[in-house]
Design a protein around this ligand. Structure first.
Ligand code: ATP
Ligand code: MG
Length: 475
């Protein structure tokens, strides 16, 4: 946290937490705690030029303009903001008129995207309290509390209490560079607490994705949940089944590519949220002892790569998330007499089709996933030109990493991974020697690891690719 910040938090008397919660409606609009420019550590230098341009242009046109949400929260925590969100009293149409490079997006929740090269500033009009007078296209709620449309404009006070967490309801005014705290967010930043504004169960019912956001922020920021924010999660997790699969895909990417994907995964599992996103994977973890370690190691290496600022592809991670179900289904198909190669392909197809009902994975990711899986059957086959063909496959590197992951997780006996490591580094002569070893060396096949304790259930009898009776021509 930025030094010198805490001294501004020494008068918690007026903070407004008690205004929220079940008695929220009776309490009237909250008065903000305003921290003047000289009394907080956030400086304009922490914000992007594009964000400042948007703020100033709105301000000069006579509108209110604030930075809000993650950028302010992260700046206060001493983190580099990922993107910038602006809140204003200008309507989306008015915003659009001010910026040529802008587009109104969303129906459920209309906002404006203002584009500057690769950077997009999200401009959101203050939301107000919906009431029954509004037409369907402006505001709508299902019988069980789900907000179907939320496009009622309001003022900043109303806007603040419609945001999700207290730490996300801090506003930075471009008029005088002060910070406005409507919900006790500064104090919660100080104590690293993630607290839902209002009654958490009601807010999760309005938008179940807030449960995933809760996990994402707790993981990414290393915050603890306030007890009431945490309490409803497990029970309300099934509400996620109402959410369109496309929205969940966006959220899944954010959860697992935030740099703290492993922590997020464990939290999701704790609250039964993971099962709502990847139900087959969740079940497969109970059946295949190596599968949870495989997912955890995939996440760990993704987190490490993000920390090292190396590129990551969601396809690799998603391939890991669904490898267990693919293996279970493949084994079943083979038990019914299908040969391993078509069995793997059919299993992959079934798993993806099933998963798409929950999380819509675009083709640009599911195609490479299938390549990674297919290559698992080809990696053990190295005779003749095959090793070279496999090595030259555009997805070889990912498939090889995936093989190492399977060995590290204990699905396969180690051996084949080392062979490929050596083969890639070898000169011509050494490559010939390595190819000569194939067939003679039992480690030249992908061997399922023998398990000491539990006996494998017949339906889940592990990978057939590379197993002694699998498709390998080397065994
Ligand atoms: P980051 O951008 O770092 O992931 P963020 O908090 O900025 O985090 P965004 O998704 O960019 O998250 O949303 C911007 C702000 O909009 C949030 O800080 C919050 O105030 C509000 N918000 C976003 N999604 C919701 C939601 N589902 N319910 C209520 N408020 C939301
Ligand atoms: Mg944001």
């Amino acid at each position: 946290m930025i030094k010198g910040f805490t001294r501004f938090l020494q008068s918690p008397g007026e903070h407004l937490r008690s205004l929220f919660g079940p008695q929220e409606a009776a309490a009237g609009p909250p008065t903000p705690r305003v921290i003047a420019r000289d009394d907080h550590p956030v400086s304009r230098r922490q914000f992007s030029e594009a964000a400042l341009k948007v703020l100033y242009r709105l301000h000069n046109a006579g509108y209110e303009a604030y930075l809000v949400g993650g950028c302010l929260r992260d700046s206060l925590l001493g983190l580099t903001p990922k993107d910038f969100d602006v809140a204003t009293d200008a309507t989306p149409e008015q915003v659009k008129q001010l910026f040529r490079n802008s587009r109104i997006i969303g129906r459920r929740f209309r906002i404006v995207h203002v584009r500057f090269g690769r950077e997009v500033i999200e401009v959101t009009t203050f939301r107000g309290k919906p009431n029954d007078d509004h037409a369907e296209h402006i505001s709508a709620q299902s019988d069980d509390g789900l907000l179907l449309r939320d496009n009622v404009w309001g003022n900043i006070e109303e806007d603040a209490i419609r945001r999700d967490f207290t730490v996300n309801a801090l506003y930075y005014s471009i008029a005088d560079f002060s910070i406005h705290d409507f919900a006790g967010g500064l104090e919660d930043i100080e104590s690293r607490t993630l607290r839902m504004i209002g009654d958490p169960a009601t807010r999760y019912r309005e938008d179940p994705v807030r449960m995933l956001r809760a996990v994402r922020f707790a993981a990414k920021l290393d915050f603890d949940f306030a007890p009431q924010t945490e309490a409803p999660l497990a029970e309300m997790a099934p509400l996620l089944l109402q959410i369109p699969a496309a929205r969940l895909f966006d959220e899944v990417l954010k959860l697992f590519l935030s740099g703290e994907g492993l922590v997020a995964f464990r939290l999701l599992r704790d609250y039964g949220l993971f099962a709502m996103l990847f139900p087959e994977a969740d079940e497969a973890m109970a059946e295949l002892p190596w599968f949870e370690p495989l997912i955890e190691q995939a996440l760990e290496s993704t987190d490490r790569r993000i920390r090292d600022e190396r590129p990551v592809t969601p396809a690799f991670l998603l391939a890991a998330f669904m490898w267990g179900p693919v293996q279970i289904r493949q084994a079943r198909l083979e038990a019914d007499g299908m040969p391993p190669v078509p069995a793997l392909q059919a299993a992959a197809q079934q798993v993806i089709t099933h998963e798409l009902q929950h999380v819509s994975i675009p083709k640009r990711f599911s195609m490479p996933m299938r390549d990674i899986w297919d290559l698992q059957q080809r990696l053990p086959q190295r005779r003749g030109k095959r090793a070279f063909q496999t090595r030259d496959h555009p997805r070889f590197r990912a498939a090889y990493d995936f093989l190492l992951l399977r060995e590290a997780a204990g699905e396969l006996e180690p051996g084949l991974g080392d062979w490929w490591t050596a083969f890639q580094e070898a000169d011509d002569h050494e490559q010939r020697r390595l190819l000569g070893k194939v067939g003679a060396d039992p480690a030249g096949t992908a061997v399922p690891r023998k398990r000491k304790r539990r006996r494998r259930k017949p339906r889940a009898n592990g990978p057939s690719n590379g197993s002694p009776d699998g498709p390998s021509d080397d065994s």
